[in-house]
Design a protein around this ligand. Structure first.
Ligand code: SF4
Ligand code: SF4
Length: 405
């Protein structure tokens, strides 16, 4: 493709806000060294613990989503501080995330930390949320074995079925059979499901399954179905499920230009005000962010200023797509709009071009989506101009993978 030769990573970034601001994920952690083993700093920190449902695992209310942290020193610093739970996935950074953890965790006693990995089955139709025949017991088990080799561990504490798209796929029998086998073998202590959309429906499916012990759920102040979410979470907690919150930062920024950040502490405190949320896993990319998130345990109550930020932020358009899926039927070309909005958030909110690129490539989009619609028929409930965002972010597909990783 002629365009490909012209548009590389630098080219994309130059024409986007990330290039303008010079933000590079993990940049400010380079060169920092930390000693591993026992987290000495824990003794001086105030740490609040909650128990992860029927798993009985006692965790600090703030843990670590490792997805965007490609520097082992940041993970070491988190463990040293007293963070206990590390959340990774088979697909993060093309497997390098699990490999990085596998190497560094060799220096730690196994009972010092808990770890979760997640397997996203192939063959998920993102429009219907259903699996094709491609998703089998075998595919899941093979991917899990690869993850275990990368992690170099005898077991993981939680194995997640990652991002099934519907109630039906949450209850997908071949996947559940594979997961039960893994648990029986002792290679996973507990089983869970993670969800980025239709949360109440998926949480109910997790309860009904009788298989899952934990749900990892998107939960933040920008969701417009908070009441429904709280009811679903309450039900899951009563059923004994452990609840882990993710996406608590609601995309990190209100704007593409990154001039208006979400107040990290306020957003995290908001999620943890719900006593049924047992822990949260913010995706630290810097020591500052780690310190800031960890410090909420000093005073987990929202201050008046933080309450004000949350109140104002609820009505502002941000980079966070609520995953309500109202747009899916409205798009004349049935584009997977929520996934495209997530790719946009990864790009501009998280500066995670690799993740955005992976997601975009997996969507099998038509060339130049949205350019030949005379008028966009989508009325997004979050007020997004989805056509503009799709045109913008889909340019990333043209950047060769080698220029991004
Ligand atoms: S309507 Fe808007 S908020 Fe809802 S899923 Fe679609 S893009 Fe996201
Ligand atoms: S402009 Fe894009 S999002 Fe809007 S209807 Fe057309 S293809 Fe769908």
């Amino acid at each position: 493709m002629e365009k490909q030769s012209k548009l590389n990573r630098r080219g994309f970034l130059k024409s986007s806000v990330i290039g303008a601001t010079g933000i590079v994920v993990g940049q400010n952690v380079l060169g920092r060294t930390t000693k591993t083993n026992i987290p000495e700093e824990e003794k001086n920190e105030k740490i609040i613990y909650r128990t992860l449902g029927k798993t009985g695992i006692k965790l600090p209310i703030v843990n670590m989503g490792v997805m965007r942290a490609d520097n082992p020193n940041l993970v070491k610093a988190a463990l040293k501080k007293g963070i206990k739970h590390l959340d990774t996935a088979h697909g993060y950074q093309g497997g390098r995330n699990e490999e990085m953890l596998g190497k560094l965790l060799m220096d730690y006693p196994r009972d010092l930390y808990t770890i979760a990995t997640k397997i996203h089955q192939p063959g998920l139709d993102r429009k219907t949320g259903l699996y094709s025949d491609e998703a089998t017991e075998e595919t899941f088990l093979n991917m899990f074995e690869i993850s275990m080799k990368r992690l170099n561990l005898e077991y993981v504490d939680i194995l997640f079925h990652h991002m099934p798209g519907s109630r039906e796929s949450t209850l997908h029998e071949p996947t559940l059979n594979a997961m039960k086998k893994v648990k029986k073998s002792g290679k996973a202590k507990f089983l869970g499901v993670s969800t980025h959309n239709r949360e109440p429906e998926m949480i109910q499916a997790a309860i009904d399954s009788g298989v899952y012990d934990v749900v990892l759920v998107a939960y933040n102040f920008k969701q417009d179905n908070v009441e429904e979410m709280n009811e679903a979470i309450d039900k899951a907690a009563k059923a004994g499920l452990g609840i882990i919150a993710m996406k608590t930062m609601a995309g990190g920024f209100y704007d593409k230009e990154r001039q208006h950040p979400v107040n990290t502490k306020a957003a995290l405190k908001w999620a943890l005000q719900n006593p049924n949320v047992h822990t949260a896993i913010p995706g630290f990319t810097s020591f500052d962010h780690l310190e800031e998130s960890f410090s909420i345990m000093e005073n987990p109550e929202l201050t008046n200023e933080e309450k004000e930020h949350i109140k104002k932020g609820e009505s502002l358009v941000s980079l966070y797509c609520k995953g309500c899926r109202e747009c899916v039927e409205q798009c004349t070309k049935t584009l997977p709009v929520p996934d495209l909005m997530r790719a946009y958030m990864y790009t501009y909110g998280y500066s995670n071009l690799e993740k955005a690129h992976q997601l975009l490539v997996s969507l099998d989009l038509p060339e130049n989506p949205c350019t030949d619609c005379r008028e966009c028929t989508v009325n997004c409930t979050s007020g997004f101009n989805v056509a503009e965002k799709i045109k913008d972010v889909s340019r990333l597909i043209e950047v060769p993978e080698d220029f991004i990783a």
